[in-house]
Design a protein around this ligand. Structure first.
Ligand code: BJW
Ligand code: ZN
Length: 248
């Protein structure tokens, strides 16, 4: 199928769907200047995300892990949502039954105005007490931090980023909301390498439940072979093209 044909086909599915669910990953924010995790651009200094986004890495070297997060917070603070975020936000506002699930912790979907967002991996802008002293998670928008590593306001111990690291459980409410959203007519997976679970399992679940499944990604991913329609291209271009067709 030609690219135009694929865009027409996706727009047609979205137009006639009662329930649309969009799952996003780091690729959606790439055009905003936020680096993805995997691939050459995913390296920070000589480290891979897999070496830093774990409780073990934080235990070994909290200063190093915090330097990575502080750098990412500053990068995101200086960035703006792109045309892909905008289209997803418009859909969430316009279609009552559009649900948006993201693995991203940058909150660019929120800044674009997406409503009812399900954040599977937390937020860069939330902090929690590493020692679990009883202080609830708190919101913190300092970029840069006055003090690194930041401290827990209650016990003075180390704060940690309010994100979900490898080996940690996702919040059950978020997982349940995401699983509920798999019951839809169109399930669209956008800008994710589809290798990190449980998020990567959602497209399988949607397919099992009878959804039409589609992917938008710059490169092929493990999801490309199982979806009904795979569109290879940048989400900040493809999503506006689909949106344009919805109005024709
Ligand atoms: C574009 C583009 C453009 C570029 N346009 N596209 C089942 C099987 C195997 C393993 C497991 C399993 N279940 C669980 C596991 C273990 C593990 C896991 O999945 N491991 C695999 C890697 C093998 N999962 C976990 O540990 C999860 N926890 C868990 O399951 O707990 C169980 C438990 C239960 C009870 C008690 C205790 C435990 C937790 C996973 C947490 C992931 N966390 C991170 C870090 C978050 C914080 C932070 O940001 O620092 O989440 S890792 C990192 O990967 C981050 C991302 O959200 C996540 C996914 O990455 P994403 O978004 O796909 O980005 P990339 O870079 O990989 O891909 C970008 C894509 O965009 C590419 O494809 C590009 O082509 C594309 N692209 N530009 C469109 N313009
Ligand atoms: Zn504390």
């Amino acid at each position: 199928m030609s690219v135009d044909g694929a865009l027409d086909a996706l727009a047609d599915r979205v137009r006639h769907a009662s329930r649309v669910t969009v799952l996003t990953g780091a690729g959606v924010s790439a055009a905003s200047g936020v680096p993805t995790f995997r691939g050459a651009a995913g390296l920070w200094r000589q480290f891979r995300a897999e070496d830093l986004a774990t409780p073990g890495a934080f235990r070994r070297d909290p200063q190093l892990v915090w330097e990575w997060y502080a750098w990412r917070r500053e990068t995101v603070a200086a960035s703006q949502p792109n045309a892909g975020h905008d289209v997803i936000a418009w859909w969430s506002a316009r279609m009552e039954t559009c649900r948006v699930i993201t693995q991203n912790v940058d909150d660019l979907h929120l800044r674009a105005g997406t409503s009812g967002l399900i954040r599977l991996h937390g937020s860069l802008w939330d902090l929690a007490c590493w020692d679990e002293c009883g202080e609830g998670p708190w919101h913190d928008e300092q970029a840069p931090f006055a003090q690194l590593p930041p401290r827990c306001p209650r016990c003075g111990g180390l704060a940690r980023p309010g994100v979900v690291w490898f080996g940690e459980a996702l919040h059950p409410d978020d997982v349940n909301a995401a699983l509920d959203a798999c019951a839809c007519d169109v399930f669209l997976t956008v800008g994710t390498s589809s290798v990190v679970y449980p998020a990567a399992g959602l497209v399988h679940e949607a397919k099992r439940l009878g959804a039409f499944t589609a992917e938008i990604n710059l490169d092929p991913s493990p999801a490309s072979g199982i979806v009904d329609l795979a569109i290879q291209g940048p989400s900040e271009v493809v999503l506006p093209e689909v949106e344009k067709r919805l109005h024709q």
